[in-house]
Design a protein around this ligand. Structure first.
Ligand code: HAM
Length: 502
């Protein structure tokens, strides 16, 4: 016999899990809609070229692709590119700004682990057609409200502006491609710092941690060898020797610095001025309260093209505070893994989740619609990792699951099956969830099943009672049982409807 297994990195959801997901989904939708966002849906697959255009190297290389009609397609790794395509190809005639949301599956070929899947769900919003800092602030506020409404606290909100890195790189003449590559490197440095800090909190390295450190050491070792082969001996005390690859736990504290220094050497080797390289690294470390960060950053960035995005960031923050969101941290190093961001960038983390703690990421992408052939359309948005939201909520507080059915109709003998059908239809018309017997169990088995599925009532049909126009009604919560006139059944149950709906 052939044995099939669940594809790696995917999940089945059983009824209880689906009920929990629907509960969270409902809150997410209501929150999005309370700010005027309307739902849209785009296909699960799109042309690979569209999805790859500005997705960043990591996402580009992790797409599930296939050919059809000689076109290369991919399962979508995210939805923003598809929404921009929809705006362009659909010639949308909605009044601006467009405020749309989506909730659906995305696919990335990743190494699966807790909270990181190959098929996962994103719930996102896109606000298109506004350049105002109010738009960025509102989008961030919707994120904060969503988490609060779902009941997820504490969370950490980091806000930055990717234009600051772009400005520093523009100052030395780097084009968009090179900017994206360097910003991708900074994103790697930032996540490495966070990951190593998490690992450092553990008493012992798990197998995943060891693999993580090994992967990065090998990557940096190769980079360093490349530099050394070119005659550039710039890594000095941070050089990784092959023998050092054995003792992984020694690297937890130093790996982030080694990574920074290796990239520092590589950037200088490709001709970037040392001053710029050091500024990039210094900016990536600036974080804290607005009142501390802003004056410090103004000094650091004086005279640079990065001054304008810094001012933009300040305006977004003051609007964010007007929305009542003050529990944020300014983190100038937020770099994001996607290439399309042009301004504000932000992330929400839920520390309770551990390694995969980022539940939401987003930012401003003012050029994407235009790059896909549409009119200039400044835009901002984000996506929640929906599965991580559900996980977070379950860690904080259980999710109430509604009853499968309110009423189960049992029959003393099979010949009463059609009476059960009739009664069940009547009850359903009055809004009850009802199930009838259909497996030829004896009465004891039927009552056992009704309790197992946590029905509130069991209606028992017997020939004698039916001849008298009655049924037995058993309250499975209290175990009380009484004969009830068939004509009064819904009324009796109805009196306790409030109890049924809990
Ligand atoms: P992203 O940061 O790549 O941004 O993904 C958004 C969120 O999706 C992440 O914060 C994370 O919670 C979740 N996520 C990503 N990969 C996985 C995975 N393998 N398993 C589980 N969850 C995952 C975007 O996708 C942008 N399109 C967001 C955006 C919208 N920016 C502007 N508009």
């Amino acid at each position: 016999m052939v044995e099939f297994s669940l594809p790696r990195g995917t999940m089945d959801f059983l009824p209880e899990e689906m009920a929990q997901r629907r509960y969270v989904e409902d809150i997410v939708r209501k929150t999005f809609e309370s700010f005027g966002f309307q739902e849209v849906q785009t296909p699960i697959f799109e042309e690979f070229a569209l999805l790859a255009a500005r997705s960043g190297e990591e996402i580009r290389e992790g797409m599930f692709t296939f050919m059809a009609d000689e076109v290369e397609y991919a399962l979508r790794p995210e939805v923003t590119a598809a929404v921009c395509r929809m705006i362009v190809t659909g010639k949308i005639a909605l009044p601006k700004p467009y405020k749309v949301y989506y909730l659906g599956p995305c696919f990335r070929y990743e190494e699966p682990q807790a909270g990181r899947y190959r098929q996962f769900w994103q719930a996102g919003i896109e606000l298109m057609g506004s350049q105002s800092p109010v738009a960025d602030a509102e989008v961030i506020c919707v994120g904060a409200k969503t988490l609060e409404n779902v009941g997820i606290t504490p969370y950490r909100l980091k806000v930055g502006n990717i234009g600051i890195f772009r400005g520093i790189l523009e100052d030395v003449g780097l084009d968009l491609e090179d900017q994206n590559r360097i910003i991708g490197n900074i994103d790697g440095i930032m996540s490495n710092r966070e990951k190593c800090a998490l690992i450092a909190e553990k008493k012992e390295l798990g197998i995943d941690d060891q693999n993580y450190i090994k992967t990065y050491l090998n990557l940096l070792y190769d980079m360093q060898m490349g530099l050394i082969n070119e005659g550039i001996e710039v890594v000095g005390e941070y050089e990784i020797l092959p023998s050092a690859l054995e003792n992984l736990s020694l690297w937890v504290d130093t790996l982030p610095t080694v990574m920074e220094q290796t990239y520092r050497a590589a950037w200088i080797a490709e001709g970037m001025p040392e001053k710029t390289v050091d500024l990039l690294l210094e900016v990536s470390r600036v974080s804290g309260a607005r009142s501390d960060v802003m004056p410090r950053a103004q000094v650091l960035l004086k005279g640079s093209a990065a001054e304008t995005p810094l001012q933009e960031l300040d305006k977004v923050l003051s609007n964010l505070e007007a929305f009542g969101v003050t529990n944020y941290e300014v983190v100038l190093g937020v770099a994001r893994g996607l290439d399309y961001y042009t301004g504000t960038v932000f992330e929400f983390d839920v520390p309770l989740l551990g390694a995969q703690k980022q539940v939401c990421g987003g930012g401003r992408y003012d050029r994407l619609v235009e790059e896909f052939g549409g009119p200039p359309t400044p835009a901002t948005g984000y996506a929640f990792g929906f599965d991580r939201i559900v996980l977070s909520r379950l860690l904080v507080k259980e999710i109430p699951v509604p009853r499968k059915v309110d009423v189960f109709i049992a029959v003393v003998d099979e010949s009463l099956g059609q009476n059960a059908i009739q009664i069940s239809q009547g009850l359903r018309e009055r809004g009850y969830k009802v199930e009838i017997e259909m497996t030829q169990r004896d009465l004891k088995g039927q009552l056992g099943y009704a309790s197992e599925i946590k029905a509130k009532y069991c209606v028992i049909l017997g020939p004698r009672e039916l001849r008298e126009g009655k049924v037995m009604l058993k309250n499975l919560d209290t175990e009380e049982q009484a004969a009830v006139l068939l004509g009064e059944l819904t009324e009796v149950i109805g009196k306790e409807k409030a109890g049924i709906e809990d």
